[in-house]
Design a protein around this ligand. Sequence first.
Ligand code: TLP
Length: 342
Amino acid sequence: MIDLRSDTVTKPSAGMRKAMAEADVGDDVYGEDPTVNRLQERVATMLGKQAALFVPSGTMANQIALLTHTRPGDEIILERGSHVFNHEAGGLAALAGVQPFILDGNRGILEADQVEQAIRFQDVHFAPTKLIWLENTHNHGGGTVFPLQKIKDIRGVGLNYDLPVHMDGARFFNACIAADIPPEEYAKHVDAISFCFSKGLGAPVGSILVGSSEFITRAHRYRKMLGGGMRQAGILAAAALYALDNNIERLADDHRNARRLAEGLAALDGVTVMNEPVETNLVYFDAGQTGKNALEVMNDARERGVLVMPETFTEMRAVTHLDVSAEDVEQAIEAFRDIFQA
Ligand code: TLP
C-alpha cells in the first residue's frame, strides 16, 4: 500500500529502532531519563529558547500550551482552519475552557492588522484576549509556510498589547526547509512553539513544547495533570534524536514528491488541486467534477493500492513522507489516472 493519508503513518526505520533499543533510560517523571533530558536540552538550544518538554503527541502539546498560556474564560485569537480548533476533540473548550476569536486567513496565514483588530479592549462584557495562536505549516491551509515577516509583524502586535504568540509547529521543520529559514530564526519571533517528531520526521511517538524556563516549568505540571508523564520515555526520545540527526534535510524530497503528485493530479480531467502552489508535503484536491465523491475516490484508490484521506464530500488530502518514494508517487498518479479516466 502507498499510504498518503498522513505523514503520521511513517514507521521507524531500522536505524531508528536500533537507536531506540540502545537508549539509556530512567524515570522521566522524576526528571531522571538521560535521553529525554538530552533531547529537551538539544531542542531548546536548537530553537534558541531556555527549555523544552517532551510530550506524547501534538494534541497534548497544544492542550498543555493552552492551559499554560491562559485561564478559563479567556479568549484566544486563531485562524478558522487551526488544528487546535477543529481537530482536537473540543479540548480547547473542555480542558482549557477558552473561547476562540476566529479569523479567516489566506490559506491559514493571518495578517498583523487582522490580529490587532481582533484584540478586545477592556470592557466588562468581553472575555479578555490572552493569546495569539499561529500554525506553521498550516495544515488545513494546504501545508502553507508562514512567512517570517508576517510572524514578526504579528509578534509586534503581541508585544504592543502584552499578548504572547504561540506557534503550533506540528510540521515546523517542513516550514524551515521549504522557506530555508533556520529554526531559531522562526522561534525567536514567538513566545513558545511546539513541533512533532511523529509526522514528517518519522518517529513513532512524540512532540515537544519549547519556551522560557518559566513557561516550561508551568507546562510540566499540566503534562502531569493530563497524564503525559511517560516514565522510561528515553526509548521514544532516542527516536526523536535520531529523527533530528537524519530526517530534517530530507523533507525537501517530500516537498518535491508532493509537487509532482499535485502536477499529476491537476492534469486529470475534473480534478482540481486546491493548494497550488504546493509549498510543502500536503496536497489537497477536489474530485467533485469527476462525478465521484471523496468516499468513492478513497475506495477506488484503496483497490489500486493507494490510501488517501477524504476531507469533505468531494475534497481529499494526500500527504508525502519518508515512506513514500518518487516511484510510489508515479504509481499513485497512475492509479488516479485509472480511477478518473475509467
Ligand atoms: N494532524 C493530523 C490529524 O489530526 C488531522 C494529520 O494527519 O494531519 N497540529 C497540527 C497542525 C496537526 O496537523 C496535528 C495532527 C496536530 C497538531 C496533532 O498532532 P497529534 O496527531 O500528534 O496529536
